[in-house]
Design a protein around this ligand. Structure first.
Ligand code: FAD
Length: 453
């Protein structure tokens, strides 16, 4: 047994292995497949409604797209230019809720560049005004012509405010909230097969930690497997959704002082004019991202061409940028739903398809996961014929203490491997990669309770 905090239930490798012994052949009202932001948000909203539910995730929580994003909680200024005004309005509303209520969501300032090689000054001014109107602020954006003006084709920048978080921590907070409210959540439990048994679906799963098959029965299944949604629908004997596409985005990481910028930067690639971000946070600066169709949801590889693209896209503004100075990198795969040959133009909105006793959530963003959870709950409510609370949900009823976080995380957030903690609980490997080895040494006793990778 580990140290526990009176406020929260223990949720650790130890409790995971105990809980799993009690679920074989047990019946649930809802089984959620996928422990990314979509599945964890739905688990959370179900837990707040005391619905008898279980969530299974084949690897660690947040090990899919939900740890590979740009980590922004934003309205998406770019989506205004593609005409997705209602989506931006909803995203801004969600951003403001999260900023007010969740302490891991913080404000961040962006400088958006204008000029011949960048965006048109008047268009950005109008776009930012519209952006502020969508949150009822009606604020005229301020223009500055300092800092970047020595560079060819840049005449200045507008500064605006959005928000950022850590995507995987947001997932873990939702999972921990759901677990504390009574929804069983398992990492390293993979759905492999499916059959029908009268009114129930029978899920045949594999517990990767104890190397055992487990059978779960559920009245309703919610497929929240992001890029794997079509693959999992095939296991569930459902048709493929031909509108679903996958697009990979990579990010590369430098030391924070490498660029010496105060605000995050939004600029256009000098190769193809796509929008890129350079985001200073903690000990690093994160540069991203790419947007390229791929076929395989397991393909998280980062190839040289993508790295060269980011470096060369940025070189006109930061002439010193060099591939050899990259200290870390990561990738994520966008589950997109829509038509078109340009991934950048496909909507970032989500779509929920109700197949009867199976519901699949396709697409979506980190920022609007609560909207997806509410919409899914409305369908669940009708299927289960129950009364539910939906308005303003889901909340996050969980937070870490300021001190002794490693100990606390091991006891309350169920990391199994050391890497689960280093990459998705306290993402040292992202925000302070140079210090990862020291961190491991300093915490060697605590980390010895986890399985080494
Ligand atoms: C490069 C990039 C940048 C982005 N930036 C932003 C941003 O700044 N802001 C924003 O709001 N959004 C952003 N997004 C979008 C956002 O990150 C994703 O839409 C979101 O994380 C998708 O979450 P999900 O839960 O649907 O999928 P995932 O996080 O991929 O979760 C699906 C889970 O299902 C699990 N799974 C698959 N098969 C099985 C099985 N058989 N059994 C059990 N589990 C299974 C997987 O292991 C995975 O963990 C970005 C996306 C990318 C790729």
């Amino acid at each position: 047994m580990y140290l526990t905090n009176n406020k929260y239930r223990e949720f650790s490798l130890h409790t995971r292995n105990n809980d799993i012994k009690n679920i074989d052949s047990k019946t649930f009202d809802v089984a959620i497949i996928g422990g990314g932001i979509t599945g964890s948000g739905i688990a959370n909203i179900l837990s707040e409604n005391s619905i008898n539910a279980i969530l299974i995730e084949k690897n660690d929580f947040a090990s899919g797209t939900s740890s590979g994003s740009s980590k922004l909680i934003h309205g998406g200024l770019r989506y205004l230019s593609t005409g997705h005004i209602m989506l931006v309005r909803e995203l801004i509303k969600e951003r403001n809720y999260l900023l007010k209520n969740v302490n891991i969501v913080k404000k961040i300032k962006f400088d958006v560049l204008t000029g011949k090689s960048q965006w048109n000054k008047h268009e950005i001014k109008f776009g930012l005004f519209l952006y502020s109107m969508l949150e009822n602020k009606f604020k005229m954006p301020e223009f500055s012509n300092g800092n970047y003006t020595e560079n060819i084709g840049i005449d200045g920048y507008f500064t605006y405010e959005d928000a950022m978080t850590d995507d995987s921590t947001m997932v873990i907070y939702n999972i921990a909230s759901a677990y504390n409210n009574g929804v069983l959540c398992f990492n390293y439990l993979e759905l492999l097969d499916f059959k029908k048994d009268n009114d129930y679906s029978v899920l045949i799963c594999f517990d990767k930690i104890n190397k055992k098959y487990i059978t779960i029965k559920a009245r309703l299944i919610i497929n929240c497997t992001g890029p794997w949604a079509n693959r999992v629908n095939k296991v569930l004997k459902l048709p493929e959704n031909s509108e679903m596409k996958l697009s990979k985005g990579i990010h590369i990481i430098f030391n924070k002082d490498y660029f010496n910028i105060k605000n995050a930067l939004v600029f256009r690639s000098s190769i193809d004019k796509r929008q890129l971000f350079l985001i200073p946070r903690d000990h690093v600066c994160i540069l991203g991202t790419t947007d390229k169709f791929i076929d395989n949801p397991d393909d998280f590889s980062i190839n040289d061409n993508d790295i060269e693209y980011l470096i060369n896209s940025t070189k006109k503004i930061f002439t010193f940028i060099d591939k050899k100075d990259i200290i870390a990198s990561y990738s994520g795969i966008r589950p997109l739903i829509g038509k078109g040959s340009d991934p950048g133009k496909i909507s970032r909105d989500f779509k929920i398809i109700d197949y009867g006793n199976i519901i699949t959530v396709f697409g979506g963003k980190l920022t609007d996961y609560r909207v997806a959870a509410r919409k899914a709950l409305k369908i669940i409510k009708n299927r289960l014929k129950i009364d539910v609370k939906i308005r303003n949900m889901p909340y996050i009823n969980y937070s870490r203490p300021d001190k002794d976080q490693v100990e606390f995380i091991i006891s309350h957030e169920c990391p199994v491997y050391v890497n689960d903690l280093l990459r998705r609980r306290l993402p040292v490997l992202i925000y302070d990669p140079g210090n990862a080895e020291n961190f491991k040494k300093e915490n060697i006793d605590k980390l010895s309770r986890l399985v080494s990778d």
